[in-house]
Design a protein around this ligand. Structure first.
Ligand SMILES: *[C@@H]1O[C@H](CO)[C@@H](O)[C@H](O)[C@H]1NC(C)=O
Ligand SMILES: *[C@@H]1O[C@H](CO)[C@@H](O)[C@H](O)[C@H]1NC(C)=O
Length: 435
């Protein structure tokens, strides 16, 4: 079953209000004494077809980019326990870590004993992410859930870092840390014509009163389900999101960050590999993510994240670039392309630029040259470090090159050509790399 969480993504849960203000039993070290951790949100609901080796492959890719753990989002799927057993075993064989993230689109306060039994089964395993002796646990919403009661029922010390509204987090002994979900420019879950800012982060941090904050980081958001399936068809402006959000993370220096997501293909914010051989992953068939995800890898996004995660962990102000690379991304069609799709273009389609983008990761200053379709080459001088550049979109081939001191360094051509002929109003992005 496809997790319903996607239906309410980025909707801020209504805060239930702070619970009684007794002192926290937590005796954790101060924020600065803890190392920094980087996670990615992993939808167990879409991996019904996974076997042990699939988990190990994903974990090796995650370790390569500097992630510490997957937040394993679970609803109430029949295959939860099977897949969680694979995940914990894979973590143990690869040296990665995992933790449970209960999706409160499914769970509620009446499930305390079942949640405690999941914690008893998994939270003491070697593959579990721990903070000191406490097993990390998170959520998708579930404001006000009594985590200290769940901890007592499970008999396992836990470190609760749920996604709650700021009022619910405020002065609440049930939480050890807190996260917000809204990682995209939006207002009341509607697209807005603005870049993402840290306003939400600062609001959450203030309400956490010194408890650690877990910051969301996401590369994109496009979803295109018809009224007869999930009935959500929108795009949040993400043209500059990946680069700008990572710069914000290095300024904010949160204790934890969580990339949203590793594999939520339905909302196009995945950074994990495609799995064309696994039907469950693109659930929904002809009305599902397979329509806007097929042939649209996002793997290159991980290279940007890797540079920033290394700097985040070192509390460095700028990313750590050890190799020149261009990570480019572009939509498959101009926004006004006359696609033969019965489902209209997504809300927010008018906000995006008809442009192609590249995040230049440079060891030294250079010139990025973008040749988009029949347009004349656009040359952009870029300093060392990570810089997002763009050029107007032209139909046809997309070529991204680096020059330095007047000489060509490298050039790459996207495997996908931009086209005006289309059957789907697809506002997902194709991501490629040149180096
Ligand atoms: C977002 O940031 C980019 C890069 O600075 C800028 O070109 C663009 O105009 C901004 N978009 C909005 C809606 O402010
Ligand atoms: C940058 O990367 C190098 C090699 O990976 C590493 O040794 C160094 O500690 C990193 N520096 C920062 C500030 O992250």
């Amino acid at each position: 079953m496809r997790p319903l969480s996607t239906l309410v993504s980025s909707v801020l849960a209504l805060a239930l209000g702070a619970l009684a203000a007794r002192p926290s039993p937590t005796t954790l070290a101060a924020r600065d004494e803890l190392p920094k951790y980087a996670f990615a949100h992993f939808m167990v609901g879409v991996v019904a077809d996974y076997v042990q080796a699939d988990w190990e492959l994903d974990m090796r890719l995650a370790m390569d980019m500097g992630l510490d753990a997957f937040a394993l989002n679970i609803g109430k799927d029949s295959y939860n326990k099977l897949q969680l057993a694979y995940a914990y075993t894979a973590a143990e064989t690869t040296g990665f870590k995992v933790f449970l993230s209960f999706d409160f689109a499914y769970w509620n306060n009446d499930d305390l004993n079942t949640i405690a039994s999941y914690l008893r089964t998994f939270a003491a395993r070697t593959g579990q992410l721990k903070i000191g002796d406490k097993s990390f646990v998170s959520t998708f919403f579930g404001d006000g859930f009594p985590w200290r009661d769940a901890e007592a029922a499970a008999g396992v010390p836990i470190y609760a870092a749920p996604v709650w509204g700021p009022d619910a987090l405020n002065n609440n002994p049930n939480v050890d840390a807190g996260m917000q979900w809204n990682a995209w420019p939006s207002a009341n879950n509607q697209p807005i014509d603005a870049n993402y800012t840290t306003d939400g982060d600062l609001w959450w941090i203030q309400n956490l009163n010194g408890k650690p904050y877990m910051a969301p980081v996401s590369p994109w958001f496009f979803t295109h389900y018809s009224p007869t399936s999930f009935n959500k068809n929108w795009l949040f402006l993400s043209d500059y999101l990946w680069g700008q959000r990572w710069d914000q993370i290095l300024q904010l220096k949160p204790q934890f960050l969580e990339i949203i997501t590793w594999n939520d293909f339905g909302e196009s914010h995945y950074i994990g590999p495609l799995h064309p051989d696994k039907p469950s992953v693109y659930a929904g068939g002809d009305d599902g993510a397979v329509q806007w995800v097929t042939g649209m890898p996002h793997d290159g996004f991980r290279d940007v994240a890797a540079a920033y995660i290394s700097a985040f962990k070192a509390s460095a102000p700028t990313p750590n670039i050890s190799k020149d690379e261009l990570v480019y991304y572009y939509r498959p069609n101009p926004k006004d392309a006359p696609c033969s799709d019965p489902l209209q273009k997504p809300d927010g389609a008018d906000l995006v630029a008809d442009a192609v983008f590249a995040i230049a990761l440079l060891t030294a200053p250079g010139t990025v040259v973008i040749t988009s379709g029949a347009n004349a080459p656009v040359r952009i001088d870029v300093p060392a470090g990570a810089t997002t550049v763009s050029a107007p979109m032209g139909v046809g081939k997309q070529v991204f090159a680096l020059e330095r001191g007047g000489a060509a360094v490298f050039s790459g051509t996207g495997l996908l050509e931009v086209s005006n002929a289309c059957t789907v109003n697809n506002f997902n992005v194709f991501v490629g790399t040149a180096f």
